[in-house]
Design a protein around this ligand. Sequence first.
Ligand code: SF4
Ligand code: SF4
Length: 216
Amino acid sequence: MLRDLQEISDGKIYGTNDMVRTAYRGCEGCHACCVDMGESILLDPCDMWMLSGETGSTFEALIAEGRIALCAADGMILPHLKMDAKTNCCSFLNGEGRCGIHAARPGLCRVFPLGRIYEEGRISYFLQTGACEKPGHAKVKVGKWLDGSGTKQQERFLLQWHGFKKRVQERLAGCAEAEAKTIHLFLLQLFYVKPYEKDDFYVQFEKRLAEAETVL
Ligand code: SF4
Ligand code: SF4
């Protein structure tokens, strides 16, 4: 893991209090990482909650509008941001080349060009070298760059979700196709399709997680 990291990063591991050179002037005038991202911007349940709250659209509506789509990833069936078929840009990129859902953008957009490392019950970060077209000239505190994605509550959620996905992978290994399909659909419904209330995402998530654990 760490050897692979050496190849795609600057070789350093960052915590939220560390300083890092990310993007020049906080991405001013650039949206290069909102284009041609394929299926890579996966949504976690918190992203789904924020996206629905921001757009007022249900999971089904976002699929129907071509904003999100499903793919197989991390051993599950997960939604991801869908690129526009004509422009190959994220469908939330507006005419001014800015993110139309900036305050509610997914966690992976928030951390980029940093990446997350899940190890020993905590999250640290690495800088993806070559990922940003405008590498930073000035240093910024990692916690500030994460813009809400590095809070204790969010970190607890991310660790829970990451651990859960690993358990799903283990549970489904060697599972009959029909049973695996049933579990995939159940989890998709539970964590993404079923609407969330406006407040207290983390409380809702933990209740759903406890329910999901019953099938593992
Ligand atoms: S390529 Fe770099 S500067 Fe441009 S939007 Fe992405 S992170 Fe920001
Ligand atoms: S959600 Fe916003 S930041 Fe993320 S890829 Fe789409 S336009 Fe870019």
